[in-house]
Design a binder for this molecule. Sequence first.
Ligand SMILES: [Zn+2]
Ligand SMILES: [Zn+2]
Length: 298
Amino acid sequence: MSQHSDFTVTLLGTGVPVPSPDRFGSSTLVEAGDQKLLIDAGRGAAIRLFQLKVPLGRLDALFLTHYHSDHTSGIPDVWLTGWLESFFGTRRAPLRVIGPTGAKVLMSKLAEAYAADIKIRLADEKLPPEGVATAVEEFDRDGRVYEKNGVKVIAFEVDHGDLIKPAYGYRIEYGGRVAVVSGDTRYNENVIKHAAGADLLIHEVAAARPELMQEAYMQRILGHHITPRDAGRVFAQTKPKLAAYTHLALLGSDKIPPPTLDELIAETRQTYAGPVEVGEDLMAFDIGENVVVRRFAR
Ligand SMILES: [Zn+2]
Ligand SMILES: [Zn+2]
């Protein structure tokens, strides 16, 4: 647990499918009281947890927003490395996975894919079989999906495009405070409904320079995500103590560079005047009376 607050959200990966060393795949750590919850496990989630000195085996549950691989490709690493008998692992109980319909198939097929490794380590390293088991819970509608020791997690459907279903966001409640993670979504009323008055709203975003916005492939990408102007509308309507961007899809071409972070904020300012932060990997938010931003000291 962070010494700064008993309710902390840390962005582990703020990137998109681009295999960037600076922005890893989508993953967010929520520490609330004695619990550690992971929302999505994109590329590099295990590395980021290691940097935070959070043992992989220490996670209480993994929540999945949707099944795009940039949100799930880190699962086998978190799951299997977390089973190893070392300070960074030592899971001795089943990994609890909570996600929309599809989580059971994903986890059972991963167990099939890694059956040889699991068999070998059971026999060779005598690792406990419970530690590699998974306990998967699926849901197919809005509602509470987790409740333990005062921590409540509510899933809500979002709009990531007509063909990208299911897709959900999460609202985490603890000690009268609220953090919301949008998941991948375009402008969506259900986000506004579930994030209204939240202390912290973490939202995805996608942006391109106006010259590029007219291109067909850009329209297609932007049709699955939210523009900074529209994200600003969401922030203005929900009025969080702090809004923060993650999943930064800053799009460019061989001729037109991607927007800068300053331009991203300038666009957001067209529709929103309140507090907003551009997330970066390992940026942490301590949610107390106010929301305090901490950058990772490398
Ligand atoms: Zn997606
Ligand atoms: Zn994504």
